[in-house]
Write a protein that binds this ligand. Structure first.
Ligand code: GAP
Length: 438
């Protein structure tokens, strides 16, 4: 069975290797030996991660009239984390192996150290996942601050500011994309679980009576988003949490899960957070956080439906789902069947040779396409090898400028998935490529 057809470790290994080899993801500070489970996004990774954010932003902000964005600070007043419950309860149960000194999450092992097999483990104790730091030059208790472990609280503490300045009334949402930090005890599985990662979160404020309806609405909306961007239906599922699994704030949670090579894993959590957060912040800050309609005299604390996704983790799922190997003209190839909107480059411009007249025309074609698409340009080695290189990084369309182009003002457009080639007039190229990219 090919790596592409299988779902095992071989597929994961192939994607991790591809990420390193082609500049998607590097171990962070690799020249210093890296730092455990921390990654830097290379040129293609940076392009793709931007596309993941962009696809989310488009669906959640740009194409809606009931959602507005914010960008909140990563370091904020520590009282936020007291009110949210993170200081008291954002913990994992930590155990030490007395034999080899490794540390584990008690809920992830079966009473036996996965490293050395010893059962001589300490009692589990709560370990807070927030990174602590100091604000200002004095490192005392009054200067303690935390790196945010989620972007969500930025929306709750700005609820009144946003609602008033934007003249909003529920149902409305506040969206944010940004870095979050958790001192995970056992990060791993490549970028699936890291200590620094990126979240894409929406807090959707609704009249209390409508919370259940909007919870179902967002579950369906979000599931459809992953499907639209190319994850096959059979590699996705919606899993509702059992009562004992629910977070302290939740009246109902469902995870959107992806079939990772090691099993089902969460891409996104959709939670009915009730009025927990607004009430908690109102009580701690001594302010009113509620909707008040002057005309009708109506007053209530909105309930919140929260679709909370991970950008970095989702990028990994898109890569795993897109990875494929097939045979073209009797030759094996690796191909990333990424949705055109997610691929690092949408178009590659390839002059058949480096002859000056072809280079000039190819550069002209490139200049014409660049304002509409993210383009690659490659004139090294045979055209076949260049197609393979673009297939491997998921570029959906290649435009080859050849000697006939100088005569007929046309170029060959090659499709990544079908490898079909069609001849198109240069002046129609932009519109036709846009149609295909979608
Ligand atoms: N505000 C709710 C919240 O943060 P979460 O389920 O803890 O919920 C949401 O996180 C998403 O963030 C997860 O579904 C996952 O995609 C991503 N995420 C969480 N922890 C992560 C980590 N350590 N590394 C990578 N992504 C992570």
């Amino acid at each position: 069975m090919s790596i592409a057809a299988g779902h095992g470790g071989a597929r994961l290994e192939a994607v991790v290797n591809l990420c390193k080899r082609r500049g998607f993801v590097f171990p962070s500070a690799e020249i210093y030996g890296g730092i455990r489970s921390t990654y830097d996004y290379g040129p293609l990774g940076a392009l793709m991660l931007r596309n993941v954010r962009e696809a989310w932003w488009r669906a959640m902000v740009q194409e809606r009239d009931d959602v507005v964005p914010i960008e909140a600070a990563i370091l904020t007043n520590p009282k936020v984390w007291e009110a949210s419950g993170h200081l008291a309860t954002f913990t994992d149960p930590l155990v030490d192996c007395r034999s080899c000194k490794e540390r584990w999450r008690a809920d992830q092992i079966d009473g036996r150290c996965p490293n050395c097999g010893s059962t001589d483990l300490t009692e589990a104790r709560p370990f807070n996942l927030m990174f602590k730091t100091f604000v200002g030059p004095v490192e005392d208790d009054s200067a303690v601050a935390y790196l945010r472990p989620e972007t969500a609280q930025g929306m709750f503490v700005n609820f009144a500011n946003v609602m008033t300045t934007m003249r909003l009334r529920p149902p409305f949402g506040i969206a944010q994309i940004g870095r979050s930090f958790r001192n995970e005890i056992t990060p791993g599985n490549f970028v699936f679980r890291t200590r620094e990662f990126e979240q894409m979160e929406l807090e959707y404020f609704v009249p209390p009576a409508e919370a259940a309806r909007y919870f179902d609405y967002w579950c369906q909306e979000r599931l459809a988003w992953y499907e639209r961007l190319g994850i096959p239906k059979d590699q996705l599922r919606l899993r509702r949490h059992a009562a004992e699994e629910l977070s302290h704030y939740s009246a109902g949670t469902a995870d959107i899960e992806f079939a990772f090579p090691w099993g089902w894993g969460e891409l996104e959590g959709i939670a009915n957070r009730t009025d927990y957060d607004l009430r908690a912040h109102a009580a701690h800050a001594g302010v009113r956080l509620e909707f008040y309609d002057q005309a009708s005299g109506e007053r209530y604390v909105p309930h919140v439906i929260e679709p909370a996704a991970g950008a970095t983790r989702t990028m990994m799922a898109f890569l795993l789902a897109a990875y494929d190997e097939d045979e073209v003209g009797g030759e094996r190839r690796t191909v990333l069947r990424l949705h055109p909107r997610l691929a690092p480059y949408q178009v590659a411009v390839l002059p058949l040779s480096r002859r000056a007249e072809l280079t000039a025309l190819a550069r002209q074609v490139l200049a014409g396409l660049r304002s509409r698409f993210v383009c690659a340009y490659d004139d090294a080695q045979s055209i076949g090898r260049r197609y393979r290189r673009q297939d491997e990084i998921g570029t959906p369309l290649c435009v080859t400028v050849d000697f006939d182009s100088l005569e007929d003002g046309a170029a060959t457009v090659r499709d990544r998935d079908t490898t079909e080639q069609v001849r198109l007039p240069l002046d129609a190229l932009g519109d036709e490529l846009a149609r295909r990219v979608g």
